[in-house]
Structures are given as C-alpha cells and as structure tokens.
Design a protein around this ligand. Structure first.
Ligand code: KIV
Length: 275
C-alpha cells in the first residue's frame, strides 16, 4: 500500500514503528522500496555521502531536484520525503513555499523536510497551506553546524532540553506531520515523543521515538569519512564492494575476465572475408 503523510500520522496512533532510510538514486531507492520500508528520505546528506563535501551547506536546489526525481522513479510504496537545502527556505517564507513547490513538481517529492524550530514555524505554516506536507528536524541540525560548533549531541542541559521540547510542540502546532530528532539524549527524545501527537523519527535519539532513520551508506558501512556512534552497521557492504572491485581488476589483468560465457558469437567465416 502506498505510504503517505496521512498513513505516517496514523501509524503513531496505532503504535506502529516507522522505518526510514535515505536514498539518492533510482537503483538504491528501488532496492529499499522492495523491502517495505515506510519512507525514503532524499537527505541533503547527499552533499557528504554522494558528492564528497565536508558538510551539507553547498547542496543546491538543483542537486536535490536531480536526486529526488531519480529516487521517485524507483519508488512504488514508500513515502518520498526530500530535504530543503541550506538557504532554500531560511531567507523568507516566500522562498520556502516556492522551493518546496519545486521539490514537489520537479523532484516528485511527496513531502519536504526542513531544519529548525521556532524560527521556521511561519515557513512551515505557509508550505502546509500550499498543501505540501512538511517534516520538521530539530536537535542536531547539520545546516547549522557552524553556529553549533560542530556535529554534537544537543539538549543535554535543562535549558537546551526545554528548548528542543518547546520546538517540537511548536512544529506540531505549525502543521508538521512528523519530526526528525537528531542526536538528542534518549530520555529527551522519549519525553518529546509522548508530548506530541505526530510521529518522531529518531537518528541518534534512542528507541523511544516512533520511528528511526539512518543514512544508508552508514548502515551498510560504505562511508568511512565519519562513523557516528548511533549508526549500527547492518552489513559490511563497503568491504564487499572493495573486494569485488579488486577481484575485477585482478581478473582483467590476468585475462580471466571476460570468459567465454560473457562474449557474443558470430559466424567466424565472416572474419576471414574481412580485409
Ligand atoms: O540529510 C539527511 O540524511 C538527514 C537525516 C540524517 C535525517 O537529514
């Protein structure tokens, strides 16, 4: 059954846990979708894991649209959420609505995600008014890495924890259909989860959330530039890929690949007639 922002909200009421993974291309999206995962996020993490930037700040609307449209072609059932990149919504409510609209029209997203708390509530209200579902994102917000002083756990102290809880309530009130909680202590994430009616999707926020999200390169051990504590490695795909690439290189060098079964036949008497 096709997942939507509405079924997402219903899942919380039914007590069903939601699973979400990132994807950035057609082939990976298709593989993930076939497993029955609830949502696929075209995260602006693509700047780091696909494009090799050291953070997400250089990601453009064109990058997001290009990858979102590719992912959309690979999905049949999962809900497709696409990130609004840095400076595509912070600048004004107008920019936020126009750029959210582009992600839906050109990127074929079914919902958008943007980072921030009280400062983005007006933007969320306007986007939701345009019939575009919005997922919030609080706690560690990577687009604010310079203001936060690095990729660090957020909300450990009383004031910071209260601020994040207040932000979650404000995002719900502004119309967000779900809220990503990134890198916050487990106890705070659990408190937020019981305090709002929309699902919380955790990443480094413990098991008390309504769902979980991971970057697929992290959970497949394919990306070695950064290894977050919360990213369980479900398979060693990175080393498997390297082994396969090395085996290919060796077989090419030794003339083992391609073998007869990988070649095409013809009437070879024709060869003798060539000059
Ligand atoms: O960009 C991304 O992949 C994200 C997830 C980490 C939630 O925002």
């Amino acid at each position: 059954m096709k997942k939507t922002a509405v079924t997402f909200k219903e899942a919380k009421a039914k007590g069903e846990k939601l699973s979400m993974l990132t994807a950035y291309d057609y082939t990976t999206a298709k593989l993930i979708d076939e497993t029955g995962i609830d949502a696929i996020l075209v995260g602006d993490s693509l700047g780091m894991v696909m494009l090799g930037y050291e953070d997400t700040l250089s990601v453009t609307m064109e990058d997001m649209i290009h990858h979102s449209a590719a992912v959309a072609r690979g999905i049949r059932n999962a809900l497709l959420i696409t990130d609004m990149p840095f400076m595509s919504y912070q600048t004004s409510v107008y920019d936020a609505v126009v750029n959210a609209g582009r992600l839906m029209k050109e990127g074929r997203a079914q919902a958008v995600k943007l980072e921030g708390g009280l400062e983005v509530c007006d933007h969320i209200r306007a986007i939701v008014k345009a019939s575009i579902p919005v997922c919030g994102h609080i706690g560690l917000t990577p687009q604010s890495v310079n203001a936060l002083g690095g990729f660090k756990v957020q909300g450990k102290g009383k004031e910071a924890a209260q601020r994040i809880l207040d932000e979650a309530r404000a995002l719900e009130e502004a119309g967000a259909f779900a809220i990503v909680l990134e890198c916050v202590p487990q106890a705070l994430a659990a408190k937020i989860t019981e305090s709002v009616h929309v699902p919380t999707i955790g990443i480094g926020a413990g098991s008390g959330c309504d769902g979980q999200v991971l970057v697929y390169q992290d959970m497949l051990a394919m990306y070695s530039d950064m290894a977050p504590k919360f990213a369980k490695q479900f398979a060693q795909v990175g080393s498997l890929m390297k082994e396969a690439f090395a085996a290919y290189k060796k077989e090419v060098a030794q003339g083992i690949f391609p073998a007869q079964e990988h070649t095409f036949k013809m009437d070879e008497t024709i060869i003798d007639k060539l000059y």
